[in-house]
Design a protein around this ligand. Structure first.
Ligand code: LLP
Length: 422
């Protein structure tokens, strides 16, 4: 359920016509719905109301500080993977004791900054990192709260899909090694093992991998308890999928129910790191059709948005619904098209061989499901300025990020003196 709907054949975001926003911002533009964000957050958070938990929104999905502020407003924390995301989360006044730090390659400076900010915990992803954090803690004379990110041990016969991920994955630490490291941490003055964490993947559409993972983490908590380590937190990561086309992901209630069933009476506090499920369907990318180009056997809708603005179709072959902002009702028929952008790459497309309503140059198209991993993965490739972002709330709309200027494009660049003379 989202708040992008047609009223009188005109696409609205909440109570604002999309075309009205475009008149102000031009295209391409990302538009997010506050009410959808609120609804998604509440549905997700309420699903876990029976279990002690913290929702640490995964900033990488959409890290605009206004979006982070929305999450913080509803009580959310943050899952960060870099000092940049730490900076953003703190700017948005996310309480540090609701921030968790994952990532396989945290630098010394990033670890120091996280410790100085007094975040809830750092999720350790390797033995070498463990020692690095312990050294930094010792220098700073701070006992650092940590968890180990575990690759859940799942029977290969029952879940080969996940096990493949387990073996080839650069993330986390396998079960036996994790136990060994927890034992080591126990004797360390500057590390405090307060949790166990995991993240098994993204856009997951079934419950069974989550059940397997949570069982595995629970077993780990029990083993640790036998070793005299009583962790408080189980960080289950993110990964719950959404509907882009016809997928049927589990409802957060079902997800919470199976987790609750596994963890009842354990006294463990759950940390969840949802990204996509909170913001994915809260955003659209609006682009304008520049040209309709026909070549033998092919029709192209060439639009002003491109892979640098939304890379998911190019990078993952991801499906995003594309709908006209002025509804066509099939009046002018349909045509099979490739929706492509102006970037000089054959991979620059939003859809291939897609049945679309016939529209004329100048029409506005909305690319749905673009709230997660849309703007946050955008770039300046082809020296295209990054696009504005707008947050709609009821009848009001706010530009929460301006379109970059040409000056922004060359910010920080300089010409060495020996070239200046030319
Ligand atoms: N926690 C950790 C440690 C993660 O690595 C991720 C996502 C999340 C939480 C949030 O996962 P979510 O709830 O959003 O599935 N760019 C890709 C998705 C990459 C996900 C990376 N990690 C895409 O556009 O589909």
């Amino acid at each position: 359920m989202d708040y992008f709907e047609y009223k009188d054949d005109e696409l609205y975001c909440e109570d604002v016509p999309v075309s009205k926003i475009v008149r102000k911002t031009k295209t391409p533009v990302y538009i997010y719905s506050y009410r959808t964000l609120e609804r998604h957050y509440r549905v997700f958070n309420d699903a876990f109301k029976e279990i002690p938990h913290t929702v640490c929104y995964s900033c990488k999905a959409n890290s605009n500080i206004a979006i982070l502020k929305v999450m913080g407003r509803f009580g959310g924390g943050a899952d960060i993977v870099s000092q940049g995301e730490l900076y953003r989360a703190l700017k948005a006044k996310i309480p540090p004791n609701k921030i968790v730090f994952s990532g396989v390659g945290k630098t010394k400076d990033e670890i120091k900054a996280a410790i100085a900010a007094k975040i809830l915990m750092i999720n350790i992803e390797s033995e070498a990192e463990l020692h690095m954090i312990a050294d930094i803690g010792s220098t700073m004379k701070v006992t650092v709260p940590v968890s180990i990110r575990v690759n859940p041990q799942i029977d290969p016969k029952t879940h080969p899909y996940i096990t493949t991920g387990l073996k080839k994955n650069k993330f986390g630490i396998v079960w036996e090694d994790a136990l060994k490291l927890y034992r080591e941490i126990k004797g360390m003055e500057y590390l405090s093992p307060i949790g166990i964490s995991s993240h098994i993947g993204s856009q997951i559409l079934e419950l069974s991998p989550f059940i397997e993972a949570v069982r595995s983490l629970k077993k780990m908590a029990e083993s640790l308890s036998e070793m005299g380590i009583n962790v408080k937190y189980l960080d289950l990561g993110g990964g719950l999928g959404i509907t882009y086309n016809d997928e049927l992901p589990p409802h957060p209630d079902e997800y919470a129910k199976v987790i609750g069933k596994e963890l009842k009476n354990t006294g463990l506090h759950i940390i969840l790191e949802p990204g996509r499920v909170l913001v994915g369907n809260s955003g659209i990318l609006v682009t304008r059709l520049l040209y309709v180009k026909t070549s033998p056997g092919k029709v192209f809708y060439i639009v002003d948005g491109a892979m640098n603005d939304l890379i998911r179709p190019s990078l993952y072959g991801a499906y995003h619904q594309i709908i006209p902002v002025q509804k066509k009702n099939g009046k002018d028929g349909f045509v099979k098209v490739d929706v492509v952008g102006p970037v000089c790459e054959s991979g620059d497309f939003f859809a291939k061989d897609r049945e679309m309503p016939v529209v004329k140059a100048g029409a506005l198209l909305a690319i749905k499901g673009s709230g997660a991993y849309g703007f946050s993965m955008s770039s300046n490739y082809n020296s295209r300025r990054r696009v504005p972002e707008v947050l709609v709330r009821g009848k009001e709309f706010f530009v929460i990020k301006k379109r970059e200027t040409f000056k922004d494009l060359i910010k920080g660049e300089s010409i060495p003196y020996f070239l200046e003379a030319d």
